[in-house]
Design a binder for this molecule. Structure first.
Ligand code: HEM
Length: 306
């Protein structure tokens, strides 16, 4: 599922404004693997920057290091292709705005390497996260038939046809859909590890401890999302915890759960497209669940029976 959804997200939501043709062309499919491995390398180096400073990544993690380098070459090629199209396009994709951007003081636009950096970031930040979120939502749904049935009912009550599903007030009113997706991202946050932050001059007080300047701090989203003080029975998939009208919940318990929920991170370095990311997930899940009726693979059923 991850490769298929990853391909869909990259192919149709890509930075370049044209399909990357990963479903149609087999020779493009290796990129999905590159993205997964590059994300893995980012996680390791982001959490342990010293590994990169000492150049140990090439030795200790040679396979993912090489795949990351191939991914970098791929994203550079995509940026170059898109630059050739320039502003002469009807489609206002991310690059359209990047190519148009000017420094208000100098009047300078982004340089080639800067655009490549953006391409490198956007392809991975937009595809790996969204495909992981969707894969986990489908995983929990097919393993929880009553949730799947409730969600199917909610979407079928609001929509008669798959073509009616797009960003709209009707889609926003599917509260159970949002609860299912939030609960999936709580249990399996697409960015689950530490997002490192360096303590600035003067140090920082955290929970009664003084942390000196220069220290790298961070809390993994996975740990926050499994903290029982915010999420009772934290390893259970329970979309009802996001709905105040559910029998076991109140407005206060839902507010408490929301206060710690941070799959897109928070603050100025948080995800640039929280609403877009959420909307994309809503549309995919709402289109697929009632109209394609996903279920566990028969292989899984046999393995579990034996
Ligand atoms: C379920 C979907 C998504 C999740 C869970 C997610 C999560 C995150 C998180 C946790 C960060 C913070 C990273 C950090 O602090 O180092 C982030 C940053 C970012 N995300 Fe997303 N993201 C999603 C979708 C997207 C999409 C679709 C795009 C663009 C096409 C995108 C673009 C970015 C960019 C450019 C940043 C860097 C922002 C900065 O450093 O200022 N994300 N995202």
């Amino acid at each position: 599922m991850i490769p298929i959804l990853g391909a869909l997200v990259i192919g149709f939501g890509g930075i370049a404004g044209y399909a990357f043709e990963m479903l149609e062309r087999e020779d493009n499919r290796h990129v999905i693997d590159l993205i997964g491995n590059a994300a893995h390398m980012h996680l390791i180096l982001g959490t342990n920057p010293t590994i990169k400073t000492l150049g140990l990544n090439k030795v200790l993690f040679s396979k993912i290091y090489n795949m990351r380098m191939q991914y970098m070459a791929y994203s550079k090629a995509q940026a170059a292709e898109r630059q050739k199209v320039g502003l002469d396009t009807d489609r206002k994709d991310f690059f359209y705005y990047l190519l148009n951007a000017r420094d208000p003081e100098t009047g300078q636009g982004f340089t080639g390497p800067e655009l490549w950096g953006e391409s490198n970031l956007l392809i991975i930040a937009g595809s790996d996260t969204t495909s992981t979120a969707l894969a986990s939502a489908f995983f929990y749904l097919v393993h929880n038939p009553s949730t799947l049935a409730n969600l199917t009912k909610e979407i079928r009550t609001k929509f008669d046809d798959v073509e009616q599903i797009h960003t709209s007030p009707e889609l926003n009113s599917c509260h159970y859909l949002r609860a299912v997706i939030d609960e999936s991202m709580r249990l399996s946050p697409p960015v689950g590890g530490i997002l490192p932050r360096e303590v600035l001059a003067g140090g920082l007080e955290i929970d009664g401890h003084h942390i000196p300047a220069g220290t790298v701090v961070g809390v993994p989203h996975y740990a926050i999302h499994h903290n029982p003080s915010y999420y009772p029975d934290p390893f259970t998939f329970n979309p009802d915890r996001w709905i105040a009208e559910s029998p076991a919940e109140t407005k206060d318990t839902v507010a408490l759960a929301q206060s710690a929920f941070c799959p897109f991170s928070v603050g100025p370095r948080g995800c640039i497209v929280i609403n877009f990311g959420e909307n994309l997930e809503d549309i995919f899940v709402a289109k697929i669940v009632p109209f394609f009726e996903p279920r566990r693979s028969w292989v899984y059923e046999i393995c579990e029976r034996d």
